[in-house]
Design a protein around this ligand. Structure first.
Ligand code: PNS
Length: 163
């Protein structure tokens, strides 16, 4: 049976850390679905439609990477998709506690779904979507930390706010 993995998250915005995990997942599993949670944050920087469009553009040449959205419980979505695996990235020990809680809660909700943790390349271990947004909004450089499309979309957002 082909292995289908789901990589869930907010992706507001997609970072090179996410891209690294997705690319590793695409090599390991037959197919990986980047599953974006709808309504994760009350005021996201990028709308869910923008986030989906960006991720689809970034992975357009990788046929086994799919981008989708979900709402409600992650395990219900994973089961609906007939996937066997949830992929989560682990950057540092500080991620571990929350990820451990989520993995065990998800296992309790559906013990046929396994959570697999993957480490991004070292150069991305300190980046997060939250930090990218903060640094960029304060005028800092995020070049090399996010896909170029994300960088240009971030610039568009700033231009739209301060024309
Ligand atoms: O990118 P994030 O914000 O770290 O992703 C968190 C996410 C979307 C994976 C998590 O909040 C989630 O799975 N939400 C869906 C609701 C759910 O299933 N909650 C119980 C998880 S134990």
């Amino acid at each position: 049976m082909p292995t289908l993995a789901v990589y869930p998250g907010s992706f507001d915005p997609l970072t090179n850390g996410h891209v690294d995990i997705i690319s590793r997942g695409a090599r390991l599993f037959d197919r990986i679905v980047v599953a974006m949670l709808v309504n994760a944050e009350k005021a996201p920087l990028f709308s869910i439609a923008e986030r989906v469009e960006i991720a689809r553009a970034v992975f357009k040449s990788q046929p086994n990477v799919e981008v989708d959205t979900f709402d409600g419980l992650l395990v219900d979505y994973v089961q609906r998709r007939n996937a066997q695996v949830i992929v989560r990235g682990l950057r540092a020990v500080s991620d571990f506690e929350f990820e451990f809680q989520m993995a065990l809660m998800n296992r309790r909700l559906n013990d046929r779904i396994e959570t697999i943790f993957m480490m991004p390349a070292e150069q991305y271990t300190y980046i997060s979507s939250r930090l990218i947004k903060e640094v960029f909004s304060l005028g800092g450089r995020v070049h090399g930390l996010v896909p170029e499309l994300v960088e240009s979309r971030l610039r568009d957002k700033v231009m739209a706010r301060n024309p």
